[in-house]
Design a protein. Structure first.
Ligand SMILES: NC(=O)c1ccc[n+]([C@@H]2O[C@H](COP(=O)([O-])OP(=O)(O)OC[C@H]3O[C@@H](n4cnc5c(N)ncnc54)[C@H](O)[C@@H]3O)[C@@H](O)[C@H]2O)c1
Length: 440
């Protein structure tokens, strides 16, 4: 099948590549010339496990191409995925300008039937806006081309995106006309040979499903974070509580970890957008407001623990950071808790020496050149001369370090663990003072 993917970011590049992998002829389009140049020169603009070799294989086979030519994109695919960004607007709602620009462009250049698929995360009612934008452009040039608009939100997780796309838990398709439904079924057949995973529903329900899933996951995280703070006050251990709770199959163990807050490009903005949608339709959705507030507070917790131990004024002190990305296996720094901590530490006069296995280039880009932030070549060298270590991202390589070596390298033997990676008894045995989240 000929497919165009508009927007070649985390979602667009992974979707386009996986669709090419099963034999489709895919053209990925983006307005970002640098990104397209990198891809055309054989590189890859993001870190995502398994993606680089898959891009290479399909690019070499001629099934995966990249272009900045928007008109060529519309001519190419009978299916037009819109996978552009939907950042939060000033009022928290999703900013649809990129989605609607892509839709208008399709209307401007479309000559034959097209299925326009909203893959970006977009509020309920967006498919209607996309349909109207295309209709306007067609009317402006007096063209009468048929088209369908489908909602097909994406559930992939950064860090496991290729695996998630190739073996999805579910494929949500909101479509209301037979021709589009048949094409969507055909498109996704290779990804569900084992059993049916496609949930066909009306467009509005599909749009809401994506927000519902992310809001639920964010709620679990904020619930556990609030519970962890309470456990700390009560002298209980959140790790024991988590295991005791999670063993109930109605609760389950997934997404039940206390930590230093959720980040990334999705949860924060999708929670905000759903709160906004609820407000606009006269509902309070107060649970979700609390989820957001709890997360904003939680991102401050590591900084507060450091201040409680070392004092308000950190001038002349150096704090080591393990992990910068918002979660492991990605270089994505959007809304990462590390950014809040770094800002807090620098404002208090400290310097930072950070290590992350893949996100240091991206961190330098978003944090800008700053003489107070040094980037270390490995976790242990980040500790040299540091007055404390703060662990922000749970990369696998941090899980079993040499605690004796850590103590030798640190100026002061302080470890603030925002991800509860270690057994407190073992860390303390090695002579380190250990400050996890919600633990005795
Ligand atoms: N990142 C994730 O893990 C994830 C998961 C599920 C859903 N989503 C949703 O998918 C959408 C895309 O997210 P992302 O993380 O891939 O964003 P991204 O910022 O990585 O990529 C978006 C791309 O769209 C391009 N773009 C913007 N306007 C364009 C236009 N008119 N024509 C062509 N290209 C254009 C940008 O240059 C950028 O490269 C968002 O709505 C997001 O909420 C993201």
């Amino acid at each position: 099948m000929k497919i165009t993917v508009i927007g070649t970011g985390y979602v667009g590049l992974v979707s386009g590549t996986c669709l090419a992998e099963v034999g489709n002829d895919v053209l990925c389009v983006d307005v970002d010339e640098k990104k397209i140049r990198v891809l055309n020169e054989g590189g890859i603009p993001i870190y995502e496990p398994g993606l680089e070799s898959m891009v290479e294989r399909n690019r070499d086979a001629g099934r995966l191409r990249f272009s900045t030519d928007a008109a060529e994109g519309v001519r190419h695919g009978v299916i037009q995925f819109i996978a552009v960004g939907t950042p939060p607007d000033e009022d928290g709602s999703a900013d649809l300008q990129y989605v609607l620009a892509a839709a208008r462009n399709i209307g401007r250049h479309m000559e034959d039937y097209r299925v326009i698929v909203d893959k970006s995360t977009v509020p309920v009612g967006t498919a209607d806006k996309v349909r109207a934008a295309v209709a306007e452009e067609l009317a402006a040039r007096g063209a009468g081309v048929e088209y369908s608009v489908v909602s097909n939100p994406e559930f992939l997780k950064e860090g496991a995106a290729v695996e998630d796309f190739m073996k999805p838990d579910r494929i949500v398709v909101g479509a209301e006309d037979a021709r589009a439904i048949q094409l969507m079924r055909q498109l996704y057949a290779p990804f569900q040979r084992n059993h049916e995973r496609l949930f066909l529903m009306d467009v509005r329900s599909a749009e809401l499903t994506k927000y519902a899933a992310n809001a639920m996951l964010a709620t679990r995280i904020s619930f556990m974070n609030e519970l962890a703070l309470l456990a700390e006050k009560l002298g209980a251990d959140i790790e024991h509580v988590r295991q005791g709770m999670g063993s109930d199959p109605r609760i389950g163990y997934h997404f039940l970890y206390a930590g230093c807050g959720y980040g990334g490009s999705c949860f924060p903005k999708d929670v905000k957008a759903l709160i906004r949608t609820a407000q606009d339709s006269g509902s309070a959705f107060s649970v979700l407001k609390s989820v957001e507030e709890a997360n904003d507070r939680q991102k401050q917790v590591l900084g507060q623990k450091i201040v409680a131990r070392l004092g308000e004024n950190l001038k002349g002190m150096r704090i080591a950071l393990w992990g910068l990305a918002f979660k492991p296996n990605t270089d994505d720094m959007r809304e990462a808790p590390s950014r809040v901590l770094v800002e807090d530490l620098l404002a208090r006069g400290a310097t930072v020496s950070a290590y992350d296995p893949v996100a240091m280039d991206e961190a330098q880009r978003v944090l800008g050149p700053d003489p107070h932030i040094a980037y270390a070549a490995n976790p242990m060298s980040a500790l040299v001369g540091a007055d404390a270590l703060a662990i922000v991202t749970e990369w696998k390589e941090f899980r079993s370090p040499d605690f004796e070596e850590m103590r030798r390298r640190l100026n002061k033997p302080l470890v603030f663990d925002g991800r509860n990676l270690f057994d407190p008894a073992v860390v303390r045995e090695a002579g380190l003072e250990y400050f996890p989240i919600g633990r005795r």
